[in-house]
Design a binder for this molecule. Structure first.
Ligand code: SF4
Length: 448
């Protein structure tokens, strides 16, 4: 059970030195208890107190790592019910299921097809992470073979879906090196499955028929010293499954119930008869509060919108996405190529650079740090002023690479042209298009 603010206060130095950013140790204790502060913010906590406070400062939903390699992912670690309160931390992981009786050629085709679903957006590679092997016959050799093939021939990490202990053991032996997720231990198998998970240090799903029935199972694993736990509250009815997700998240966050303070797994593949409906249900669980979502298949039209939704939901709403300030050559520019400048809001960068690339006109793109604001907002907030832009052009290195002395500024920042000219004597300041879509025609007219 999490400690209260007063219990935490008793373990603090009580000097009210303010170094943690709040006026008193009591205020810090209250913030720590409600998840609004980090224990590391107080440099004076003794080792003994730190140990006792570790539980109180741990996130109410414990983080769990899944898999290995480039598609390794963490789930859980969440501290709020709604992302606008702070942010969600670890994005929902997507898995597609195959049966343990799948033919070799079909498995190879599926893995190759699914591997191709990778999308570059705002500098990130959006892709699904896992493949679930579902035991359909109790044949442990067949199960192990499919698990091994996925682990050894693809980047995907593996969910081992069986409630049969012997089949699970075979799966773990086949792909244990890839840190697979064991799915699932029930009340009948918790001792044996828990022992395997503990011995191999693997994450494990516990499954029951309600959130309350999960509590003795998580208790057992925690008593074993194993906290890499994922919850499956059992229902495959959409409404009940959503209610269970909300109930478990609320119980962990609002009531401090550590027995339900773990990430969850959901199975749209067992809740609908078409991939379209599964995708809709999966979209709901991305928002509330599925840590892992298992689908029956991935297609471009199903996984792409889910990946975009996930990107939106799990982006920090209080921190704009940015790119690094600097000089970006596009289409192999030379010393006579045009020079454009814009802000470092990630969306602005990717739209503008995409249009320049599409134009095929060699261009230098200067990205000025505007604290992640778009052009108009940055200009209005004084983060993209003429003086700043002029100073940035001088220090960014463009003058060593390019003879051109014409700077093209965004149409929405036309008002800074005069100030930039003053800061850059001898330069011609040209106002470019307002909309990125007009950049290709504009650039082509410059080199015509
Ligand atoms: Fe108290 Fe530590 Fe904060 Fe100082 S830094 S006020 S000792 S909690």
């Amino acid at each position: 059970m999490a400690l209260t603010g007063i219990q935490i206060f008793k373990l603090l130095p009580k000097t009210n030195c303010k170094e943690c950013g709040v006026p008193t140790c009591l205020a810090f204790a209250m913030n720590l208890a409600s998840g609004k502060a980090e224990l590391d913010s107080c440099p004076y906590v003794s080792d003994e107190a730190r140990e006792q406070l570790a539980e109180a400062s741990a996130p109410p939903i414990l983080p769990v790592e899944l898999g290995n390699g480039v598609r390794k992912a963490a789930v859980g670690g969440e501290t709020v019910l709604c992302r606008h309160e702070k942010t969600f931390f670890n994005a929902t992981v997507f898995a597609a299921a195959v049966g343990s009786d799948i033919a070799d050629a079909d498995l190879e085709t599926k893995l190759r097809t699914w591997n191709a679903f990778q999308y570059e957006r705002v500098g990130l590679n959006l892709r699904p992470e896992m493949v679930a092997v579902k035991d359909v016959s109790g044949d442990k050799d067949a199960f192990a073979k499919v698990a091994k093939t996925i682990a050894e021939t693809s980047e995907f990490n593996v969910i081992l879906m069986t409630e049969n202990v012997d089949v699970m053991k075979a799966g773990v032996e086949a792909c244990g090196f890839k840190n697979p997720l064991m799915c699932a231990a029930t009340a009948d198998t918790i001792d044996e499955m828990g022992a395997i998970a503990k011995e191999k240090d693997l994450p494990i799903v516990v499954k029951a028929d309600s959130p309350e029935a999960l509590e003795p199972l998580t208790d057992k694993l925690v008593a074993l010293g194993h906290k890499k736990v994922i919850l499956d509250a059992g229902s495959r009815d959409v409404k009940q499954a959503l209610e269970d997700q909300v109930a478990m998240r609320r119980s962990a966050l609002k009531n401090g119930n550590r027995k339900l303070g773990f990430p969850t797994i959901t199975f749209p593949c067992e809740m609908a008869s078409s991939l379209e409906m599964e995708t809709l249900i999966a979209g709901m669980f991305v928002a509330k509060y599925g840590s892992i979502v298992v689908l029956s298949d991935f297609t471009g039209e199903s996984i792409f919108p889910l990946l975009l939704e996930r990107l939106n939901i799990f982006t920090d709403p209080q921190r704009p996405m940015t790119v690094t300030e600097g000089l970006y050559p596009i289409n192999n520019p030379d010393e006579n190529s045009p020079i454009l400048v814009t802000t470092n809001f990630a969306l602005t960068y990717f739209i503008v650079s995409g249009e320049i690339e599409g134009s095929k006109v060699p261009t230098w793109l200067l990205i000025k740090d505007s604290e992640g604001l778009s052009v108009l907002t940055a200009w209005a907030a004084g983060k993209f002023s003429g003086d700043d832009v002029g100073m940035f052009v001088k220090k960014c290195g463009i003058m060593d690479k390019c003879k051109s002395t014409e700077l093209i500024i965004p149409g929405y920042a036309a008002a800074i042209a005069g100030d930039v000219e003053e800061e850059l004597p001898g330069w011609k300041i040209t106002v470019g298009p307002r909309e990125a879509a007009h950049i290709p025609a504009f650039l082509k007219s410059k080199i015509a």
